[in-house]
Design a protein around this ligand. Structure first.
Ligand code: GLC
Length: 747
């Protein structure tokens, strides 16, 4: 039924396209904007000059695809001609996106390509100037809404790899899949930080540190945009990740110093990486909704940071200015506030007419200037020209399945392997011998594809439809494949587990969290479920050797069970190949190299618990930032630093690292800086460099770092935090691998 619909639409649109004067093709260029030989700036100005106000406002409107489908705006189903006409003809909407889990039915790569082609064909056919739409999606860990696409670890796990090149490759692979389905815009990566374990979006971040998160986010942007047909999005600008009580979209009280030192850097790194678009923080900072903050969206983002791309709102966040944040009492004024603050496109996401009619009337009443409209539309058209949408608006559905299905499973495995972080390994119980003959496998995440993927997978809240579970190797699958001759008893029943425990050489408990997204993941006490805790307690009382594997998106409260287990492996949300990666680590086929990209609190009473804390506050986590064990041992020596440099000069630091064990291993060399004094209260230490190296047994390498302005500067000035960013003369300590050395910066 559905396929026939799309095919009918395609055939009809194809016929219309064939019959109307073909405005495309170099030999039939009618207007300058259609000439691909001309500079994009010229094409934009020519097209802009031909557009009506209604057409311009239509370009600033983004509608969720479910509005074009099925029976209502939440339904998935065949494209609905009435709504295609309403959205793409009557309101000449310029952008469509798939939120959360909006996908065609059936949900295959080919059906995605046919859906986006059909929408594009209808849009072109009903656009007087034949302006193509731009289609957006949240491909935050692979093309995760498409059934059959390879799913990678979520960002928090990718951050634990401390391998930006790997992160870039993962993003590149995801972008290729996105492009293959006729999607052009990826609402990723995040620049938010993992600062509060109670926040439901912790796992979407690259961890707590601005430097590490910035490097990873920039690598992600480079990967996504290495596919010339895909634009990335720096989100959610800014200060989103410190909501009160860790409650998603609660207000965040942040000093300007904190914004500048902690929250801005990852976004600045993404701008340096050439990110094409931005999405504002959905919440409020210091009582101001960011979607209405001219200071953040224009003064900081445009005038200070120099970003000149498109700013698209987050979901319904202009509406929320009056409905939730109550900074005005009506929608029309909310649109005025947001567009004048700097939002170029509204992710409405359903009521096109409500947005377009109000914005048109605001312009007619002089409350939003035509210049501001032109500025926004100029950015949007520039994006569409840069993506080649005017010349290549369609994708080949015949290629989609071939490109996407089962693609890059080896890359997914590599990413999962390098994300695995060994937190505890008492008496070196790990790696298990490959001759292990009997294992008891228990725990709610031992054989759960849904948990293994986490949120933003097929559905917004995760793959929760049994009929739409993505292909994956669970931990149970991985162990069975790795130990075909072993007795691997798998049970969810506590009594059965106790019976089986006697003959098991080792117990593996796979626990942690299920799948969730956004506010649905907010949790004041994130921990394991009680059944898993009871299993651990009972099996520990039996004196069994227990390996705990955690699948989840954040540091969990495990202080009460950490002494009941012999080893703990944090697997994060490892994706499609998660189970085979866990098996390889447990059996020593891969030597774990992951390092925590966040601090692991003992309790939420400790929050905030950050390694780069002020020198006046304490730091006593269960596991510190940068923590992770290996099956081999690395020694550090020869820490050298240029001991006196003048202001403005670069400081060179080098250290020698040796693999003193019997297994090849990868080590993350982490360089920290501690000022002895500063223009303001110093932080205990800050990460200013890292390098991941692989060393064979007995091999040693010297790693060298260069510290420049970006690494050495701090914010000067008084309490407002608006002072200059500068390098302060004085004494500094560098620390790496347990070694320390000092240097002086002289005026
Ligand atoms: C959500 C998220 C944002 C996402 C958008 C579209 O509410 O905040 O990260 O890109 O909606 O799905």
């Amino acid at each position: 039924m559905l396929k026939r619909n799309w095919r009918v639409i395609l055939v009809v649109c194809g016929l219309i396209l064939a019959l109307t004067p073909n405005l495309y093709g170099a030999d039939k260029v009618l207007f300058p904007y259609q000439d691909p030989q001309l500079p994009i700036e010229e094409r934009v100005e020519d097209l802009l000059s031909r557009m009506t106000l209604a057409e311009k406002v239509g370009q600033m409107t983004q509608i969720e695809v479910a509005r074009l489908m099925g029976r209502d705006q939440w339904d998935r189903g065949p494209l609905n001609n009435t709504w295609l006409r309403n959205i793409l003809r009557d309101n000449v909407v310029g952008s469509v996106f798939s939120g959360g889990g909006s996908a065609p039915v059936p949900n295959t790569p080919r059906d995605w390509a046919e859906m986006t082609n059909a929408i594009q064909a209808y849009a072109l056919e009903h656009s007087r100037l034949r302006i193509p739409i731009i289609y957006g999606v949240d491909a935050v860990h692979g093309h995760n809404t498409v059934l059959g696409a390879t799913i990678y670890p979520h960002n928090i796990g990718l951050a634990a790899t401390w391998n930006p090149e790997l992160v870039r490759k993962v993003a590149e692979a995801a972008a290729n899949d996105v492009a293959a389905t006729g999607v052009h815009w990826n609402f990723a990566p995040v620049g938010d930080l993992g600062l509060d374990m109670r926040w439901g979006r912790f796992y979407e971040t690259f961890g707590e540190d601005p430097y590490l998160a910035g490097e990873m986010a920039a690598a992600s942007v480079a990967g996504f945009q290495s596919e010339p047909r895909v634009a990335a999005t720096a989100k959610h600008f800014v200060g989103y990740s410190e909501p009160e009580q860790g409650q998603d979209r609660a207000n965040a009280e942040l000093s300007l110093r904190s914004l500048r030192e902690v929250h801005f850097p990852p976004f600045e790194k993404m701008i340096e990486a050439g990110v094409a678009t931005f999405m504002p923080n959905s919440g409020t900072v210091n009582g101001v909704p960011v979607h209405a903050s001219h200071y953040l969206l224009t003064e900081v983002l445009r005038n200070q940071m120099g970003f000149d791309g498109v700013v698209v709102s987050d979901w319904e966040d202009i509406v929320k200015l009056y409905s939730t944040y109550r900074i005005t009492d009506n929608y029309r004024d909310a649109i005025r506030l947001s567009v004048n603050a700097g939002v170029d496109m509204s992710m409405v996401p359903h009521d096109a007419k409500g947005f377009t009619s109000n914005l048109i009337s605001l312009v007619e009443d002089g409350l939003v200037s035509e210049e501001r409209i032109d500025e926004a539309v100029r950015r949007i058209l520039t994006l569409k020209f840069k993506l080649g949408l005017f010349e290549n608006p369609f994708v080949d559905p015949e290629q989609a399945d071939k490109v996407i299905l089962n693609a890059n499973r080896d890359l997914a495995k590599r990413a999962a392997l390098e994300s695995m972080t060994l937190l505890k390994n008492k008496n070196n119980i790990l790696p298990l011998a490959k001759t292990t003959g009997s294992i008891l496998l228990v725990g709610s995440n031992a054989h759960s594809i849904t948990s293994q993927m986490g949120g933003w997978t097929i559905g917004w809240q995760g793959a929760d439809n049994p009929w739409e579970l993505p292909p994956a190797v669970t931990v149970r699958d991985g162990l069975l494949a790795a130990l075909p001759k072993a007795d691997i008893h798998f049970t969810a029943d506590l009594n059965r587990a106790l019976q089986l425990a006697d003959e098991a050489e080792v117990v593996i408990v796979v626990a942690g969290e299920g799948a969730y997204a956004e506010m649905h993941g907010d949790n004041l006490e994130p921990s394991l479920n009680q059944a898993d805790k009871d299993l651990i307690k009972a099996l520990s009382a039996e004196g069994k050797r227990i390996v705990l594997v955690l699948i989840g998106g954040r540091p969990l409260l495990i202080t009460d069970i950490v002494d009941q287990v012999d080893a703990i492996l944090m697997a994060f949300y490892p994706g499609t190949e998660g189970g085979s990666a866990v098996a390889d680590v447990l059996l020593g086929s891969y030597n774990p190299s992951g390092k925590l990209p966040f601090s692991w609190p003992r309790s939420t009473a400790q929050l905030p618990q950050r390694y780069n804390h002020w020198i006046t506050s304490s730091y006593d986590p269960l596991y510190p930032f940068g923590w992770g064990l290996s099956y081999t041992s690395f020694s550090y020596s020869n820490l050298k630093v240029s001991n006196r440099v003048k202001l403005g000069e670069t400081v060179e630091v080098s250290v020698r690292v040796e693999n003193r064990g019997k297994m090849v291993g990868e080590e993350v060399v982490q360089l920290y800086l501690s000022p002895s004094h500063g223009p303001t209260l110093p932080r205990q230490r800050s990460l200013v460099g890292f390098a991941k190296i692989q060393l064979e047994p007995g091999e040693r390498k010297t790693v060298t770092f260069q510290l420049g302005f970006q690494e050495l500067a701090s914010i000067h000035g008084d309490i407002l935090g608006d002072g200059e960013k500068a390098v302060a003369p004085g004494e500094y300590t560098v620390s790496v691998g347990g070694l320390q050395n000092k240097f002086k910066i002289t005026p």
